[in-house]
Design a protein around this ligand. Structure first.
Ligand SMILES: CC(C)(COP(=O)(O)OP(=O)(O)OC[C@H]1O[C@@H](n2cnc3c(N)ncnc32)[C@H](O)[C@@H]1OP(=O)(O)O)[C@@H](O)C(=O)NCCC(=O)NCCS
Length: 193
């Protein structure tokens, strides 16, 4: 794992740049990066997300993305995962908030995960392989998201939540619970703080 200058585009290094390790196949754009960040093979940070507005005549116009990704200290992003850049740094458009994407300190993102634009993942959360997190959703700290879970856009998941593998999460989830299923339901308290 080593860094090439040209794999970083429009990036800000908030800590010591030399503690960042990115595989040469990773692409990192429009990102603010902390210390000790690990980015593995073919990961893509700061991709242009999927956001179109349907016009009266039925055509689809892209909103375009100008926001950023904030990646905290000790964050790892594994193979083939992608993290969208914010549509805007912060703006209200047609009553909806658009904001930067944030992955906070110590969180770990496994492989083939998609983190949508404007998502916030709080500290020390584990996201297993194949999870899709829809745009502008917020995941609390110390959560565990089982492999292949789908999380709807613009929902809020509390702290210390475990989401079973393959779940479809379609509504907000409170703190300290285990959920699973389609649609995901609260099954019990989560005792593992
Ligand atoms: C959600 C989870 C934590 C529940 O574990 P648990 O409390 O030990 O639950 P059990 O395995 O005893 O299962 C209880 C019941 O729920 C069902 N169930 C458990 N997890 C489920 C899930 N994700 N989706 C649907 N049903 C599930 C079981 O089939 C069982 O049903 P039954 O009572 O009819 O037999 C666990 O199943 C899970 O999904 N863990 C994440 C695994 C993962 O992603 N690993 C990644 C490794 S990198």
């Amino acid at each position: 794992m080593y860094m090439r200058k040209k794999q970083f585009k429009d990036c800000v290094f908030r800590g010591d740049r030399h503690t960042i390790k990115a595989h040469s196949t990773a692409i990192i754009k429009h990102a603010d990066l902390g210390d000790n960040v690990r980015i593995y093979e073919f990961a893509l940070i700061g991709f242009e997300g999927f956001q179109y507005i349907r016009q009266a005549d039925g055509t689809l116009i892209s909103l375009g993305h100008t926001g950023r990704c904030f990646i905290g200290n000790n964050v790892s992003i594994h193979q083939h995962s992608s993290v969208g850049r914010g549509i805007r740094e912060y703006e209200v458009i047609n009553g909806k908030i658009y904001r930067n994407t944030v992955i906070m300190d110590n969180s770990k993102i496994d492989s083939y995960v998609q983190v949508g634009h404007g998502v916030i993942i709080h500290e020390s959360t584990l996201v297993c392989a194949g999870v899709i997190i829809g745009g502008h959703s917020e995941i609390g700290s110390q959560c565990y998201i089982g492999e292949g879970a789908n999380i709807r856009n613009r929902i809020k998941i509390g702290d210390n939540v475990m989401i079973g593998m393959g779940s479809n999460v379609v509504s907000d989830i409170p703190d300290n619970v285990v959920v699973w299923g389609n649609p995901a339901r609260v099954m019990r308290d989560n005792k593992f703080h």
